[in-house]
Design a protein around this ligand. Sequence first.
Ligand code: NAG
Ligand code: NAG
Ligand code: NAG
Length: 512
Amino acid sequence: MGIYFLLLIVGLCWGQYDPNTLPKRTSIVHLFEWRWQDIALECERYLAPNGFGGVQVSPPNENVIITDPKQPWWERYQPVSYKLCTRSGNETEFKDMVTRCNNVGVHIYVDAVINHMCGANAGAGDHATCGSYFNAKTEDFPAVPYSGWDFNDHKCKSRSGNIENYQDISQVRDCRLVSLLDLALAKDSVRSRIAEYLNRLLAIGVAGFRIDAAKHMWPEDVKAVLDKLRDLNTQWFPAGTRPFIYQEVIDLGGEPIKGSDYFGNGRVTEFKYGAKLGTVIRKWNGEKMAYLKNWGEGWGFVPSDRALVFVDNHDNQRGHGAGGSSILTFWDARLYKMASGFMLAHPYGFTRVMSSFRWPRYFENGRDINDWVGPPSNEDGSIKPVTINEDTTCGNDWVCEHRWRQIKNMVIFRNVVDGEPFSNWWDNGSNQVAFGRGNKGFIIFNNDDWSLNVSLQTGLPAGTYCDVISGQKEGDFCTAVEVHVAADGMANFLIGNEDKDPFIAIHVDAKL
Ligand SMILES: *[C@@H]1O[C@H](CO)[C@@H](O)[C@H](O)[C@H]1NC(C)=O
Ligand SMILES: *[C@@H]1O[C@H](CO)[C@@H](O)[C@H](O)[C@H]1NC(C)=O
Ligand SMILES: *[C@@H]1O[C@H](CO)[C@@H](O)[C@H](O)[C@H]1NC(C)=O
C-alpha cells in the first residue's frame, strides 16, 4: 500500500516534467513551420532512424491571415479558433502525422497558443486559415466560441491596454502583449474551452505542449487548465502518462516574474542558456570556454530537471524575444555547430534542436528589416514542401540544421551517454576545453586562435574511435579522424584552430 501510494503521488505530481520520449531518445527538434505531411515523412525516413525523441510542431490551430506584411511567421501566434487548420495542413493530415510519427517512436509536442487570440487590429471577416468568421474589434470568435466577456480588458490597468511595464506583474499577465487580445484565464469557461482543445490533441496522440507566452498568464490559471487535461493516448503510451509541459517564460533576470514561478506546472524554457552560451562561444565580454566548467545551475540557470534548453529558437534567431545579438544561429554555422555540440554533450537540461527556414536577412541600423518573413511559400501562399537533396541536405530554403552531420551525430552522442556523469573536465584556462560522460563518450573543443595538441584522460575503454564531427563511422569504416584510446584511458588530440569544425567527439557506439 505504501509503495502504491508513493507511485500514485509520483504519477500525479511529476509526470509533467517527463518528456515522454522513448528511452535513450533524449532530444526533440523544432520543425518550425513545416507541413504536417513533411513531418510525417521526416519521422519515418530520418528522425526515428537517427534517434530523435520528438518534434515540436508549429501551432496547429486556425490563425488570422495577415496581408501586410504578407503572411509573416508570427501570424500563427494569432489564433482565430481551435480548428486544426493552418498552412501546415488540415485535421486529417495532422492526425496522419501524429499516428505515423508515434508508430516509429517519435512523439509530437504542440506549440499551444492559449494566452491570447489575434491582435486588436486584425479587423473583422473570414481572413483566417480555415475561413472562420471573427471580429477583433468586438472580440467575437464564434468558431470557439469566445465573446468580449472572455477577455481581460476590465482587469488590465495600463493606459494603452497593452503591456507597458515589465516590472508590473499584473500588467504583464492581464494586459495585451503587443496588442494581442488577452484571454481571461481566470474564467472557468475559458479554461474549459482551452482544455477541450488540448484534450482533442491528446486524444489524437500528442505527447505534450510548449505553452506559448506562459509568462503572460498567472501560474495558477495555467495550472487550472492543465488540471483539466486527460492522460496520453494509451495506443502509444502507458496508462496514466501525463502530458509533458514546457512553458515559455523569458527570464533573463531583472524582472519580477521568474521561471521558478512556473515550476509547479512543468518545465520552463531557460533563455539564459542560449544567450550565455552564445556570448562564451563568440568570446564576448571576456568570456572563455574554460568558464563552462560549472555550466548549468552554477551559471544561475533553473534546476536541470526543470529546464528545456536550446541554442536558439524561432524568436531569438531573428532578433525577437530574448537573448539579443549573442544568440548563435545557422547564419554563424561554424560557431553554431560548436554550441550545439556543447549543449548536446553536456548533461544539463532537456535539449531541443532548432530546424529553420532561410529568409532574406537584411540589417538596417542594426535591425533585420525582414525579421517577419514567413516560411518558403508558393505564390498562392501555400508552404513549400521540404525537398531532400542527394547529399541528404534540404532544398526549397529549408535549412534542416538537424540534418547537419555534426548536429545529428551529437543527438546520437547524447543518447549513447544518457545517464552518465559529467567527468574528466579539462581546460587550458582559455578556450580549449574537454569533458567526458562517464565511460561512454568524450568531447574536446579548440576555440582558441592557436592549435591544440594534448593528451587527456578520456575515461573510455581502450580502442580506436571514429570522430563523429569530422565524419562518422560507416559500417566498419571511419570517414573521419581516428582517436586511439590507450589501455589507461589516455588519448592524444590534435585540433588546428583553422579546422573546419574545431572539435572532436567520440563515443562507444562509434568505436571501430
Ligand atoms: C486535407 O488535405 C488533404 C490534402 O490537401 C485533402 O486531400 C483532404 O481532402 C483534406 N481534408 C479535409 C477534411 O479537408
Ligand atoms: C591553452 O592556452 C594557453 C594560454 O592560456 C596556451 O599557452 C596553451 O598553449 C594552450 N593550449 C594548451 C594545450 O595548453
Ligand atoms: C603533439 O605533441 C606530441 C607530444 O608532445 C609531439 O610528439 C607531437 O609531435 C605533437 N604533434 C604536433 C603535430 O605538433
